[in-house]
Design a protein around this ligand. Structure first.
Ligand SMILES: *Cc1c(COP(=O)(O)O)cnc(C)c1O
Length: 378
């Protein structure tokens, strides 16, 4: 058995990250400033978009987006139930109704036919999720969406490509830099778009409803008398965070390459274990970011929760991404959802677990995880 506990994830922070944050701390300007501008430009450059707006989290980005789009009571937003519940929470808190749709049983990517079936005259927005680092079928989703806006949840998708283009290219998407994501700045998010009006509105709503922030006023010679155009929130990112995010983003290829190498080894080693079933790949051309390595524990001998506990007893951490949204207490009670509503989502919600996957892991760590799983199942 392993002597040291192997967590399911750990941020990859190196000396250059620490130096970048220290430089901000010594600079005398620690809230949003030059590092924010650099981080925004770098992500816009990677994605291939004109605008990027740095925010305190992806959840904050969704909150602002719903406000900017004036989505509220009487409106519906379509999103998979197999996702982090923060998106549904923001829809609910805006007074709109989340419409949860089914995912593919093997990839956990939202099904375009399920999206099509859920569209009504009240549908104001569709939010597909690029699950675990694999892209949803955007062409098919846009085709069924017609004129309804599609904004992608790209929280798992720095380095994810769909049919040759980076996720978000020429479209609107929300990225997350929370501590467990491939590229992190502790907490943070980014909204990217090619729509200038949308980008301007997001920037205004993120900072008190003033058309410019403190950095603009002090350092860019803009009017210090800037006034409130409409009430706004305070969802800006500090420059300590932005400097970390920017420095991490420079290393995205290296970080994702290591994740890919480890994921391929897992797949190879689990090939002869039918009770541990990794997620499948979509059929179209894509590049995976390998944010998570998710398997389904499908054994008559033990359930997923027992598997996770037995792995922990062997010093292996696991995660659960995600428990489906529609059967969580609030949504169950608010909308009367019963088990059986979304069978493929629910099957996965009951059987998935995320195995350790982070850049500073070794191939021997992967072998330890597989050996422990083999022992647990024996
Ligand atoms: C992490 C995550 C979010 C939320 O990101 P935050 O930056 O923590 O708000 C949204 N959607 C998905 C799929 C996520 O995994």
């Amino acid at each position: 058995m392993r002597k040291e506990f192997l967590p399911f994830t750990r941020p990859s922070v190196n000396e250059s990250d620490i130096a970048a944050v220290s430089e901000v701390l010594r600079s005398g300007w620690i809230t949003n400033g030059p590092a924010n501008a650099g981080f925004e430009a770098a992500l816009a450059g990677l994605v291939g978009n004109r605008y990027a707006v740095a925010l305190s989290s992806a959840t904050a980005a969704m909150h602002l987006l719903l406000k900017v789009m004036q989505i509220g009571p009487g409106d519906e937003v379509i999103t998979p139930s197999m996702t982090w519940v923060s998106i549904a929470n923001m829809i609910e808190l805006a007074g709109a109704k989340p419409i949860f749709v089914e995912v593919d049983r093997d990839t956990l990517l939202v099904r375009p036919d399920a999206v099509a079936a859920a569209i009504t005259p009240r549908t104001k927005l569709i939010v597909p999720v690029h699950f675990a680092g694999a892209p949803a079928d955007l062409d098919a989703i846009r085709q069924v969406a017609k004129d309804i806006p599609v904004v992608e949840d790209a929280a798992h998708a720095v380095g994810t490509f769909y049919k040759g283009g980076h996720i978000g290219k020429h479209h609107s998407a929300i990225f997350s830099f929370h501590a467990i994501k491939n590229i992190t700045c502790g907490e943070g998010g980014m909204f990217v778009t090619d729509d200038e009006a949308l980008a301007t509105a997001m920037r205004r709503w993120k900072f008190h409803g003033i058309a410019m922030d403190a950095f603009d006023r002090q350092n860019r010679g803009r009017s210090p008398q800037a006034e409130v155009i409409s009430p706004g929130f305070k969802y800006n990112l500090t420059d300590m965070q932005a400097a970390l995010g920017l420095n991490q983003l420079k290393r995205w290829r290296e970080i994702n390459a290591k994740r890919t190498q480890l994921a391929m080894l897992y797949r190879e080693l689990f090939a002869d274990m039918p009770e541990i079933r990794p997620l499948g790949d979509p059929a179209y051309d894509f590049i995976h970011a390998w944010h998570l390595f998710i398997v389904r524990v499908d054994s008559p001998k033990l359930d997923r929760n027992t598997f996770m506990a037995e792995m922990k007893a062997r010093n292996i951490g696991t995660g659960l991404h995600f428990r489906c949204a529609h059967l969580q207490k609030y949504y169950r009670e608010a909308y009367g959802y019963q088990p059986g509503t979304l069978p493929d989502t629910e099957y996965n919600s009951d059987h998935i677990t995320s195995l350790p996957l982070f850049p500073d892991m070794t191939e021997d760590d992967v072998r330890d995880v597989v050996a422990a799983a083999r022992e647990v199942l024996a």
